[in-house]
Structure formats: structure tokens, C-alpha cells
Design a binder for this molecule. Structure first.
Ligand code: SF4
Length: 89
């Protein structure tokens, strides 16, 4: 499963069904070393394809928005894409 500081203390039922569990999690966060744009786009494509087939995509995205997850791909969206989501009043 993806790593997250907030998830450690906030284990939720939907996470058990996450398609990003296990070794696939590496695609969801940038590596520690510098990453070229082409590498980033390729990595994000892989992660988004996993999200596209994930049964808990809606719950995941909602969690990321509510908890203001700043890094990684959640619910099929990058951090930049999540920042551009419309906010409810
Ligand atoms: S939507 Fe994507 S990031 Fe969220 S649990 Fe599913 S596979 Fe993981």
C-alpha cells in the first residue's frame, strides 16, 4: 500500500482493497533521486492506469482531499491536479 504519514494513524477500511498495495506503490511517488520529465510522465501513466482499475478510487481521492495529501498520486490524480479541483463552499 502507498505510504503516507496520515495513513499510518488513519487506517481505513477502503485501503484493504487498494490496487496500489505492494510493489506497485513505487509508481505513486517520485524517487529520491532527480527524475526527468519523461520519466515522471511515464511513472504517472503507470500509476494512473492502476488507479483507473482501482475499486476504491473515489474513497481514495476523497481521503486525499480531506487530509490535504500534498504528495503522490491519489485517486488517479497528481498533487497538481488535486490542487485544481473545485472546492465546495
Ligand atoms: S485510487 Fe490509486 S492511489 Fe488510490 S488506492 Fe486506488 S490505486 Fe491506490
Amino acid at each position: 500500500m502507498k505510504r503516507s504519514t496520515s495513513r499510518a494513524a488513519d487506517q481505513l477500511d477502503w485501503q484493504r482493497d487498494a490496487a496500489c498495495r505492494g510493489e506497485r506503490a513505487a509508481a505513486f511517488y517520485p524517487p529520491l533521486k532527480p527524475e526527468a520529465k519523461a520519466e515522471r510522465l511515464a511513472r504517472e501513466r503507470i500509476a494512473k492506469a492502476i488507479c483507473h482499475a482501482c475499486p476504491v478510487r473515489v474513497e481514495c481521492l476523497e481521503h486525499a482531499v480531506v487530509h490535504d495529501e500534498r504528495y503522490g498520486i491519489w485517486g488517479g490524480l497528481t498533487d497538481v491536479e488535486r490542487r485544481h479541483l473545485p472546492r465546495s463552499a
